[in-house]
Design a protein around this ligand. Structure first.
Ligand SMILES: Cc1cc2nc3c(=O)[nH]c(=O)nc-3n(C[C@H](O)[C@H](O)[C@H](O)COP(=O)(O)O)c2cc1C
Length: 404
């Protein structure tokens, strides 16, 4: 059949992607998917390529959103504390510094209430992490981290914190009693403390610095262990690896983790919480790609990444407690925050590797392999030297305070 376009072009329409009717010589009208003379196949391919390329470019631009300033909000919440503030504005400042603390998945599971010179910290249960933390152990540790920042900031402005730990109630109460301001070295590290998830440079923290670090004051019932020898680090790694394998084969764990990952700047700025890829050393991608990659990731990939990171570190530190209750978890968080601030002041970086404490079966073996005795390992972190990462986000302090 002659498929050439007849001389009579009157039936043509100019859009090449629309089938247009042509008249066969026998007079039967039929549809023919062909091109008008003025638009050759090459031009069509070029036009389509430009349209697809343009759309892809626009999408990438939309994802990376260079017009959204990603570092300004992280810097704003870390502004120097307004030490001259009085009354409620001062309480607000102390709470802003409290929120710069670490929290599991950066869920920021805290609510602060203020009455005169008393600040109460309570869990925000809408921010629980039931898959990784079914008993709220890490939630209370996170509140302990915030409590420690609050106390350090309070001392700096001349307020002595008197703490009532949670027992039957679900509240940490901090009464602030005026006294002479304290020149706290840890205070100035609060805006700079971070979980630095990069690979470290492999160099060792010297013996004198290790002694200084391990002299960090502890809390009642809380102990600190360092693992620095090659064989100890390899032994710790075995437990991190088994924990990783267990977690990355667990769908509820992965689903929860995925919900808290902020795969691009747009998502991170919208929520101001969660694990933002931009400050974890990961690529920014659209959520649908990130979810696919995470869903298809072999657990061994995570094992290998963490092995490289731990082996690049100077060592690991474990914080343990004599009992397993809310008050011990809060005290654990206080000791972590204090230790992390001290490391920050010494330019030592750290990052958590809590898998051995988060998987119950692994925790028991970890505990006996390292002879923790009657104490229970609560937190595990690696430490060493590396460049800083971009700072993580925090929700506005006004979103976490309940005024009377
Ligand atoms: C109790 C607790 C457990 C944590 N567990 C891990 C962990 O296993 N792996 C990790 O990379 N970060 C862990 N983190 C770190 C948080 O993700 C981090 O504090 C949060 O993203 C905020 O970032 P920043 O600490 O850099 O300010 C944990 C934090 C807390 C308080």
């Amino acid at each position: 059949m002659d498929r050439s376009i007849p001389g009579d072009n009157s039936n043509y329409i100019s859009q090449p992607w629309i089938d247009f009717p042509i008249r066969e010589s026998n007079g039967i009208e039929m549809k023919k998917n062909s091109l008008p003379e003025h638009l050759t196949r090459t031009r069509f391919i070029k036009t389509a390529g430009a349209v697809i390329g343009g759309a892809a470019g626009a999408y990438v631009l939309y994802e990376l959103a260079p017009w959204l300033n990603g570092s300004a909000p992280a810097a704003k919440v870390r502004m120097p504390l307004q030490v001259r503030a009085k009354g409620d504005p001062l309480m607000r400042e102390l709470i802003r510094f409290a929120t710069l603390a670490a929290s599991g998945h950066n869920a920021q599971p805290w609510i602060f209430s203020v009455a005169n010179h008393v600040i109460q910290i309570q869990p925000d249960r809408s921010r629980r992490l039931p898959a990784v933390d079914p008993h709220d152990r890490e939630l209370w540790i996170s509140l302990g981290c915030a409590l420690e920042n609050l106390c350090i900031a309070a001392r700096k402005v001349g307020l002595d914190p008197e703490i009532t730990y949670p027992k039957a109630s679900d509240v940490i109460t901090v009464s602030l009693i005026p006294r002479k301001p304290e020149e706290g070295k840890l205070f100035s590290s609060i805006p700079f403390r971070q979980n630095t998830r990069f690979e470290y440079d492999g160099s060792r923290v010297g013996a004198a610095d290790m002694r200084h670090l391990l002299s960090t004051p502890l809390e009642e019932g809380i102990s600190l262990r360092a693992f620095e020898s090659h064989s100890d680090i390899e032994k710790v790694l075995e437990f991190v690896s088994v924990g990783n394998l267990s977690q990355f084969e667990d769908k509820p764990f992965l689903d929860e983790l995925t919900r808290w990952i902020r795969f691009d700047k747009r998502e991170a700025l919208a929520s101001m919480d969660g694990l933002y890829s931009g400050c974890m050393g990961s690529l920014q991608v659209p959520r649908w790609i990130g979810q696919k990659v995470l869903g298809n990731m072999a657990p061994n990939q995570q094992v290998d990444m963490d092995a490289t990171k731990l082996r690049s570190s100077s060592g690991a530190l474990a914080i343990a407690s004599t009992s397993e209750d809310k008050a011990s978890w809060v005290r654990t968080g206080q000791v972590y925050e204090r230790l992390a601030l001290k490391m920050t002041s010494m330019n030592i970086k750290s990052a958590f590797l809590n898998q051995p404490n988060e998987v119950p079966e692994v925790r028991g073996h970890f505990r006996s392999a390292f002879g923790f005795g009657k104490t229970l390992p609560q937190l595990l972190l690696r430490f060493g030297y590396a460049d800083a990462m971009p700072s993580s986000y925090r929700r506005s302090v006004d979103d976490v305070i309940l005024w009377p």
